[in-house]
Every structure is written in structure tokens, then in C-alpha cells.
Write a protein that binds this ligand. Sequence first.
Ligand code: NDP
Length: 249
Amino acid sequence: FDSKLDGQVAIVTGASSGIGEATATALASRGASVVLAARRKNELEALADQIESAGGDSLPVPTDITEEDDIDALVETTLEEFDSIDVLVNNAGVMLLEPVERADRENFRQMVEVNLLGLMNLTHAALPVMQEQGAGHIVNVSSTAGRDANANNSGYSATKFGVNAFSESLRQEVTTEGIRTTIIEPGAVETELQEHVPDEEIKEQIEDGFLDSITPLQSEDIADAIAYAVTRPQHISINEMLIRPTDQQ
Ligand code: NDP
């Protein structure tokens, strides 16, 4: 690895598992001090220990991104400890797939609050810091579902279309201030995401049918793409990356 991110500070949400965990590790291995945000404190602390043993620097900050107080505390704690926010990876997300007619409204609410509103609010909290610095990079983890809606992913897809719209609007507002934005759109990645699908029929279709029929991406594949985007020279802004398993149609 290299030290392209030496001296930089990155916040990664959803760092307790999957893509967020791999991204935190990838950024730390390139020299960034990484603030680890998610709800599961034990997982964050275990990751912080791993990063530290590998010679990296990180700070676990237990955070529920549906809570505005937690979001503000995350930004404040980061600034107290490290003085800047150079990279924000908005990665936390839930995928509670259900057909609309059987959907639980609480699941609609949770997807909007975590995948979309949490991302919007944390961006809102971190942006003034980046504006003051005159530089910063906001990476928003969307999905192929942010480009194409399919049966049974209505709520999830709605949040990811929202992420893409929010990100593009933000890009136009702040790009001339030196603040870069990147939308990451993964296809199927083997993580815990599918385990939380509430509809047993859909969950089975994904886990036993779809994922078994392809070679899914691993979290590290997405982390690698994020690391690429945030290590480009300042004049290059990778605005969007769509990454699918080769055998996913
Ligand atoms: P995981 O389930 O492994 O990770 C989801 C992360 O989000 C966890 O770290 C979880 O931490 C965190 N999270 C959930 N709710 C909250 C909350 N209220 N506050 C803070 N953190 C929260 O799945 P992935 O790694 O796959 O998902 C990461 C992102 O990638 C998501 O946005 C997902 O939509 C996207 N994605 C994933 C794909 C896939 O196939 N896996 C494909 C396309 C996009 P905790 O529970 O500790 O709070």
C-alpha cells in the first residue's frame, strides 16, 4: 500500500461490517486517520484494534445516523480529536426488501431514515467544515438500485435514487469550492445486507438463488474503488462509479 492519505481524516459510516469495514481498513492502510461510525460499539472497537495492530490510526464513535444529536456529536468528536474532515464516506444502509402490498411501513421509514435522511444530515453537518477548509471529498454509497428500480425493491430503490439526486445537486453547489463528490453504485456484494431482508421469500431468492448463481463482489472490491476515487489528485473528481460482478446481468 501507499501513504497517499497521510495526514487526512476520514469518517466512514456503517464501519461495523461489510463495505464500510473494508473501506475504513483501506483508507487507514493508505495513511488516513479513520473515524469509525455505526451503532455496534463492540464491532467498531474490534476494527479499531485491527487497524491499530496494522500500524494505522482510527477512532470508534458509536453513532446512530437516524439521530441528529449523534450526527452532530460525530462531527464534533472528529474535530476535537483530529481538527479536520477531509473525506466523508456515507455508507451506512439497510435493505429491507418487500413487495409494496406486504410492506411494513416501519421498514419504509427505516430505509428512508438510514439510507437517505441520515446521509443528507451528516453531509449537512460536515459540509461547513469542508467549506472552511476549502477542500473535502464526500463519497455516497448508492447502488445499482439507484439507477434501476425493480419489483420488490421499491422502498430501497427510492432511497438510492434519492441518494443519487442529492449527490448530483450537492456536486453542482460545491464543486467550485474544491469539494469533490463521488457516487458509488455497487451491484451484488457478499455482506450482511441480505440477512436483514424481512420477506423470507425474497431473502431466499437472493441468498439461495441469485447470489449462488454468480461470483458476487467482496467488500474489499468496493473499498478499492472508494480508495481509488479519494486518492486522485485534487483536480480530478470521479463523480460516479458503477461496479457490478462480471456475471451479474
Ligand atoms: P452491511 O449490512 O454489512 O452494512 C451496513 C452498515 O450500516 C452496518 O455497518 C450497520 O452498522 C450500518 N447501519 C445500519 N443502520 C445504521 C444506523 N441507524 N446508524 C448507523 N449505522 C447504521 O451491508 P453492506 O456493507 O453491504 O452495506 C453498505 C452499503 O452498501 C449500504 O448503503 C448498502 O445499501 C450498499 N450496497 C450494498 C450492496 C450489497 O450487495 N451488499 C449493493 C449495493 C449497495 P450497525 O448495525 O452497527 O449500526
